[in-house]
Design a protein around this ligand. Structure first.
Ligand SMILES: [Zn+2]
Length: 243
C-alpha cells in the first residue's frame, strides 16, 4: 500500500510547487496518513471503484488484475474485457492500433536512427556493387537492413499497444506550429465502435448492437463508479484535515 500512498501524495501536490526545503508543503496537499485513510475508506465503500482509480490513473498491477478479473466476470470473455479495458486506459484497438504503429515507424523516437542506419548500409551496398567486389559484405549489409527493419517493426508493434496518443505530434496536436496532418490537431486517435469490431473480429466474436450497448453501459457504470470513488476520497481527505 505504501507505493500507492506515495503516488497519491504526488498527485495531491500542485505541480507548480517549489519542492525545495525552504518552502513548506502547501495547505492543499495531503500527508501520507490522510491519503492512507482516504484510500481505506474509498476501498471499503467500493472495492471496484478503488480498483478503477488505481488501475487507470496509476497502472498499479494488483488493481489492474482486480479490474480485469471483474470485467471478465461481467462480460464473460477476455476479448470483451480487452475492449472495455482499452477504453478505460486509452489503448488503441484494431486498425487504430495499426495506424499508430505505422506512425511510430515513421515518427517515433527510434524511426530516425533506423532510417540513418539503413541509408548508410544502402550507400555502402551501392558503392560495393559498383566496385564488383566484396559480395560477402554486400550480403551482410542486406541482412543488417532486414534485421533493422524487423527490429523497428517489433518495437513499433510493442509501443502501439500502449496509448492512443499521436506519435507524430507527441499528443500536442501541432507540428512546428501547424496542425498535425496525421491526427488533424486532436493529438490522439480515439477508438470508434468499428475498432472494437475489428478487434473482436480477430477472435470470431460478432459485435452485435446488443453487445455494443452492453459495452457502452458498462463503460458508463465504471465512469460513475470512478468519479464516486474520487469524490469519496477527496471528501474523506478533507475530513482528515479538519479532524
Ligand atoms: Zn498528431
Amino acid at each position: 500500500m505504501s507505493n500507492v500512498v506515495e503516488l497519491l501524495e504526488k498527485l495531491s501536490k500542485p505541480k507548480s510547487v517549489n519542492m525545495s526545503n525552504t518552502f513548506k508543503a502547501p495547505k492543499s496537499s495531503l500527508d501520507k496518513q490522510e491519503l492512507y485513510s482516504a484510500l481505506c475508506v474509498a476501498g471499503k465503500k467500493s472495492p471496484i471503484g478503488l480498483a478503477i482509480v488505481m488501475a487507470t490513473e496509476f497502472g498499479e498491477i494488483q488493481y489492474v488484475d482486480q479490474l480485469q478479473n471483474y470485467l471478465i466476470e461481467k462480460l464473460g470473455s477476455e476479448e470483451l474485457m480487452t475492449v472495455v479495458y482499452s477504453e478505460l486506459c486509452f489503448i488503441p484497438l484494431g486498425r487504430n492500433q495499426l495506424r499508430i504503429k505505422s506512425l511510430l515507424k515513421q515518427y517515433g523516437p527510434r524511426a530516425k536512427r533506423s532510417r540513418r542506419l539503413i541509408d548508410s548500409w544502402n550507400r555502402a551496398i551501392k558503392s560495393l556493387t559498383r566496385s564488383g567486389r566484396h559480395q560477402d559484405l554486400v550480403n551482410r549489409h542486406l541482412s543488417d537492413i532486414e534485421s533493422e527493419r524487423k527490429s523497428l517493426d517489433d518495437w513499433a508493434a510493442k509501443y502501439s499497444k500502449l496509448s492512443c496518443n499521436c506519435p507524430r505530434c507527441g499528443a500536442t496536436g501541432s507540428v512546428n506550429g501547424e496542425r498535425c496532418k496525421s491526427c488533424h490537431g486532436d493529438g490522439y486517435f480515439k477508438n470508434k465502435v468499428i475498432n472494437w469490431k475489428e478487434h473482436l473480429g480477430q477472435f470470431d466474436i460478432k459485435l452485435t448492437p446488443e453487445l455494443t450497448l452492453k459495452i457502452e453501459s458498462i463503460l458508463d457504470d465504471l465512469a460513475i463508479k470512478k468519479q464516486t470513488t474520487i469524490n469519496a476520497m477527496t471528501k474523506r481527505a478533507r475530513l482528515e484535515r479538519t479532524d
